[in-house]
Design a protein around this ligand. Structure first.
Ligand SMILES: *Cc1c(COP(=O)(O)O)cnc(C)c1O
Length: 344
């Protein structure tokens, strides 16, 4: 392994540059900057677009805690936007209201949760553009998801990815950032690389090591195949699901199938299904990660407002696994059993 013999195994290694070039090609983005986590990617993106303490940042109320924490850490105020019915993206109508209420808003963060490209993407983008608010995509779930041939993570000003073990492209721990803008890429590099300190700007050390880059370079070559396998498994699993569960979360484009996510139409039934699935060995997000609406964490309490669509989505969305070791036939059988046990 080249990284082991590299005299500079830090983030200044040539391997990191090569990894960044490979990322730019894979995701068809002019600029790619590798960092050491998805959290660091989001913090860096917020800095690059000019988020400073006290400004507000718009974020979908369906966003999970890892999306929210870097915003809170930046010192910004969170302005929650309710999600669209049955989909994690921002509701354009509520976005317009929140833009009016938060004229100091410095950025908006959207999350293509579970790898689903967000419905109403274009309306959201044009509302933000009209208000001159930059869009940051938290694409930590969405490596390889596309809309009209474009990668999720290249649809706004900046796209942020994690390469943590559980994500579709994994380096164990790690992350990267995509952008079209040379100026934003400069600012991203300045903030994430302490070696660029110039006495004026501040920075943090978010560089990945040469080892991370080497792993990333190797795994990138297997990445496209993994996405197509997931898509095939998701299609088969969907086909085998009980008829009442054949309602997929709202989306556009081509998801990467980080998860196959279906919606139960009744909240009480949904909460019983989450528990029955756990008994069957399938852990959905509310069970596994304590996933809940962004407004319902202690740390976001000061910005809480009622967001009924996000609340309903979190309650009713059932995340099903379609990864390399998951057998769709077996998963479908477990789901059918769990579902039937509710109807007894
Ligand atoms: C994993 C994840 C992050 C954070 O990435 P890390 O690499 O774990 O720091 C951020 N947002 C979402 C949606 C995630 O799933």
């Amino acid at each position: 392994m080249r990284a082991l013999n590299d005299p500079d195994s830090s983030g200044r290694s040539q391997l990191v540059r090569e990894y960044e070039e490979a990322l730019a090609i894979t995701f068809d983005a002019p600029q790619a900057v590798a960092v050491n986590s998805g959290s660091a990617a989001i913090e860096t993106a917020l800095y690059a677009v000019g988020v400073t303490p006290g400004r507000s940042v718009l974020v979908s109320a369906a966003a999970p805690l890892p999306t929210l924490m870097p915003i809170i850490a930046s010192g910004a105020r969170i302005a929650f936007v309710d999600s669209v019915v049955d989909s994690p993206g921002m509701d354009p109508a509520d976005l317009a209201v929140q833009l009016d209420k938060n004229p100091d808003c410095a950025a908006a963060v959207e999350v293509a949760l579970w790898g689903y490209p967000l419905s109403h993407q274009e309306e959201v983008a044009s509302l933000l553009a009209a208000a001159r608010v930059p869009l940051i995509e938290d694409a930590a779930h969405a490596h390889g998801s596309t809309v009209a041939g474009k990668s999720v993570g290249t649809l706004g000003a900046i796209g942020c990815f994690s390469t943590h073990r559980m994500k579709l492209l994994s380096t164990g721990e790690g992350g990267f950032i995509l952008t079209h803008s040379v100026e934003l890429a400069d600012s991203i590099r300045r903030y994430s690389r302490l070696s660029n300190l110039d006495g004026i700007h501040s920075a943090r050390n978010f560089k990945p090591s040469a080892f991370t880059a080497a792993v990333g370079l190797t795994r990138l070559s297997a990445f496209a195949a993994e996405v197509s396998t997931r898509r095939a498994k998701a299609a088969l699993l969907y086909q085998l699901l009980p008829a009442p569960l054949k309602r997929e979360v709202g989306h556009i484009g081509a998801p990467n199938y980080y998860n196959l996510v279906v919606l139960v139409d009744d909240q009480v039934k949904a909460s019983r299904l989450h528990l029955a699935l756990r008994v069957a060995g399938i852990e959905t997000d509310p069970v596994r990660f304590r996933y809940r609406p962004g407004t319902e964490h202690q740390i976001t309490g000061q910005w809480a407002r009622d967001c009924p669509n996000a609340r309903r989505l979190v309650a009713c969305a059932i995340q099903l696994p379609v990864g390399p070791t998951d057998d769709p036939v077996q998963i479908a059988n477990s789901v059918a059993q769990a579902w039937n046990s509710l109807c007894e």
